[in-house]
Ligand binder design. Structure first.
Ligand code: AMP
Length: 286
C-alpha cells in the first residue's frame, strides 16, 4: 500500500520503520504533473531499492518573480495514481509551510556549476533547487536519489553539492525520456497549444542537426551553434535564451568539438520556456 504523507514528522516515522527493517531507500524528488520522464526515475529507484519515496513539491524558492510558480500545473490525484501503479511506497507532498517553516533563513549556494546557462537566465534558481534538495535529502535520508539528464545542469549542481557537503546519498542521473516525435517530456509541455507543441519540435531538430554535423566531421562550435539557431528560429515565435556548446563537466564554452560536448538549449515558444540537451560525441580528428 502506498502511503500519502504530508508532514516531516510523519515522514521520519515512516522512514525509521523502513530503516529498522533494513531496507534500502530510493528517493525521487519532483514537482508533480508527472509524466513518463518522472516515472522512468521511479522505475530506476524501484529496480534498485527496497523502498521508494517520491516527493511532490512545487518549490517556490526556485522560481523567479516573473516565472510560472502560481500557474505551474498541479495534478496531485493523477500523480498519486501513477505512482501507485509503479509500486511507490511513500508519496511525500508537504505544504509550503511544512518545508519552509517560519523564520527559515539558510540557503545553499553552489559555485561555478550554478553560474552559466540556467544560472544566468534564472538568477537564484539553483540556490532554491540546492536548498530544497538538501532539505528533502535530510528528511528522507535515502541511499540513492534519482534525477533526470533533462535538467543536465541541475544534476551537475546536485552532484557538486552532494560531494562538497559529504552527503551519504548516491546521486543517480537517468536518460532523457522523449515523446515519440523527439520532444523531451516536461510538465511544462502541457502549457503549449497544439500548434506551439508542433513548433516546439525545433529544439529536438536542432539537437539532431548538431549530432549530424559532428558526425559529418564539423568541429567548429560556432558554426554548429549558428546552424542550430537557424533551425530554432524557423519557428516563428521562438525566442532563444541560449544555445550553448560547453564542456559537460565544467560547462565552459568549447571552441572545437574534440570530445564529449554538451549541447544545451533554452527556448521560449509561445511564452513557455523549454530546455533540452544532448551530448555530442566528437572525437579528435587525424
Ligand atoms: P521536475 O518535476 O520538473 O522538477 O522534475 C523532477 C525530476 O524529473 C528531475 O530530476 C528532472 O530532471 C526529471 N525529469 C523531468 N523530465 C524528464 C524527462 N523528460 N526525462 C527524464 N527525466 C526527467
Amino acid at each position: 500500500m502506498q502511503k500519502l504523507i504530508k508532514t516531516v514528522a510523519e515522514l521520519r516515522e515512516g522512514i525509521d520503520v523502513v530503516r529498522r527493517r533494513g531496507q534500502s531507500i530510493g528517493f525521487v524528488p519532483t514537482m508533480g504533473a508527472l509524466h513518463e520522464g518522472h516515472l522512468s526515475l521511479v522505475r530506476a529507484a524501484r529496480a534498485e531499492c527496497g523502498c521508494v519515496v517520491v516527493s511532490i513539491f512545487v518549490n517556490p524558492t526556485q522560481f523567479g518573480p516573473n516565472e510560472d510558480f502560481s500557474k505551474y500545473p498541479r495534478t496531485l490525484d493523477n500523480d498519486i495514481e501513477l505512482l501507485a501503479a509503479c509500486g511507490v511506497n511513500m508519496v511525500f507532498c508537504p505544504s509550503e509551510n511544512e518545508v519552509y517553516r517560519k523564520g527559515h533563513d539558510t540557503w545553499v549556494e553552489v559555485g561555478a556549476a550554478a553560474v552559466p546557462l540556467e544560472g544566468e537566465c534564472r538568477p537564484g534558481h539553483f540556490r532554491g533547487v540546492a536548498t530544497v534538495v538538501l532539505k528533502l535529502l535530510n528528511m528522507v535520508r535515502p541511499d540513492a536519489a534519482y534525477f533526470g539528464q533533462k535538467d543536465y545542469q541541475q544534476a551537475l549542481v546536485i552532484r557538486r553539492m552532494a560531494a562538497d557537503l559529504d552527503l551519504p546519498t548516491e546521486i543517480r542521473v537517468c536518460p532523457i525520456v522523449r515523446e515519440p516525435d523527439g520532444l523531451a517530456m516536461s510538465s511544462r509541455n502541457r502549457y503549449l497549444s497544439p500548434a506551439a507543441r508542433q513548433r516546439a519540435l525545433v529544439l529536438w531538430k536542432s539537437l539532431v542537426l548538431a549530432n549530424e554535423l559532428v558526425e559529418q566531421g564539423e568541429r567548429d562550435a560556432r558554426t554548429i551553434a549558428a546552424r542550430m539557431r537557424e533551425v530554432i528560429e524557423s519557428a516563428e515565435d521562438a525566442r532563444i535564451d541560449y544555445v550553448a556548446l560547453v564542456d559537460p563537466d565544467s560547462l565552459r564554452p568549447v571552441e572545437n568539438i574534440e570530445g564529449p560536448t554538451l549541447a544545451a538549449l533554452a527556448v521560449k515558444i509561445e511564452n513557455t520556456r523549454l530546455i533540452d540537451n544532448c551530448i555530442l560525441r566528437g572525437e579528435r580528428r587525424g
